[in-house]
Write a protein that binds this ligand. Structure first.
Ligand code: NAD
Ligand code: AKB
Length: 311
């Protein structure tokens, strides 16, 4: 991991993964790329649409990239509003990344999967090898990504890896159109307006994770010894699960006047199709995954940073 290229650099995760990669001693260069001009504080930037295979392949050659973190995607809620776009970016775009990576002789390709691979038929507390029957184009694209990652490894020796991330909560960059966005928006609205209208019911429990843990998970899977990985593209990584009612109570510990309202919309159906919790024991045993933040410590850290940011 000397020369790393990140797609989707401007997004919620990319904007925090890039500085974390730049701090690592083995990393010399991080090339930040996105469909919009990236704003990397240091290091090269390129405006690249992953649907343009030639442009992506040229960047791999130009910088002699050895590792790609492929983060460019259309998330679940936006994907249901724009299914053709989600197909082009998440499925065709990822195929471009795989093919260009294979032709370039890329050493490693890290691509996050998601709890969106699960569906209503998935058993409770699922492990890695379970029923994957997603109802969203986003979830379907993530199942495709996991299988294609394994296929490129078996057939072409490309080292593809990934973890199934839950909903990510962070204070630097707003999320980009997912179903779990309410768990970030509630913090912003608690500070800016003193109230928040959740777009899901108060008892909707979903797996979630604080950004610092998500960065650890992505770097953890990227640097794990390959022969320790039984499910290279599909590891569940859990941290916490909570309902909007529990999140509201956690915020009220710091801001007692915070009020929550519940107006479920079409995203409720997506949330209901995902499990409340996941079994991540394989990641903990195989490559030492562990999380740091629980609901209380995450809430305190989020509010502290957002109070500073929003005034
Ligand atoms: P995001 O929506 O915040 O960012 C995605 C980025 O991709 C944006 O900067 C966007 O401009 C860029 N992009 C969109 N179309 C593009 C294209 N055609 N070419 C190049 N760039 C394009 O997403 P994120 O939350 O940072 O997610 C990163 C990855 O992590 C995705 O694969 C996502 O599925 C996965 N993931 C995220 C979460 C989460 O809660 N954030 C949870 C599970 C998995
Ligand atoms: C979304 O809600 O789409 C994402 C995810 C869980 O993949 N946050």
């Amino acid at each position: 991991m000397q020369t790393v290229l990140v797609t989707g650099a401007r997004g919620q995760i990319g904007s925090e993964l890039i500085p974390a990669l730049q701090e690592r001693s083995e990393v010399e260069t991080v090339v930040a790329t996105d469909i919009e001009e990236p704003e990397a504080e240091s290091g090269p930037t390129e405006k690249i649409d992953v649907r343009d295979k030639e442009a992506f392949a040229t960047a791999l050659e130009e910088y002699d990239v050895d590792t790609v973190f492929h983060l460019a995607a259309i998330l679940s809620a936006k994907g249901e509003n724009h299914p053709q776009l989600a197909f082009e970016v998440n499925i065709e775009g990822f195929h471009n990344v795989l093919e260009a990576g294979r032709q370039h002789g890329l050493e490693r390709l890290v691509v996050p999967s998601s709890i969106a691979v699960f569906g209503p038929e998935t058993p409770t507390d699922p492990g890695e090898m379970t029923t994957l029957a997603p109802r969203t184009i986003y979830g379907i694209s993530k199942v495709f990504g996991e299988h294609m990652g394994n296929y490129y490894n078996w057939n072409f020796g490309l080292d593809v890896r990934g973890v199934r991330l839950p909903g990510i909560i962070s204070h630097k960059t707003l999320p980009g159109g997912g179903t779990t966005d309410y768990a970030v928006e509630a913090f912003y609205d608690a500070i800016e307006n003193g109230e928040y209208d959740y777009f899901v019911r108060d008892d909707t429990e979903l797996p979630m994770m604080y950004m610092a843990d998500a960065i650890d998970a992505l770097i953890g899977i990227a640097t794990a010894p390959r022969d320790s990985l039984e499910y290279p593209c599909s590891y569940n990584v859990g941290a916490l699960s909570f309902t909007p009612k529990e999140l509201t109570a956690a915020i009220q510990e710091h801001r007692p006047d915070f009020e929550a309202h519940y107006e479920p919309d079409e995203r409720q159906e997506i949330a209901d199709s995902w499990p409340d919790d996941i079994d991540d024991s394989a990641a903990r045993e195989d490559w030492g995954w562990e999380h740091t933040y629980d609901l209380e410590s995450m809430t305190a850290d989020m509010l502290e940073h957002l109070e500073e940011k929003l005034g």
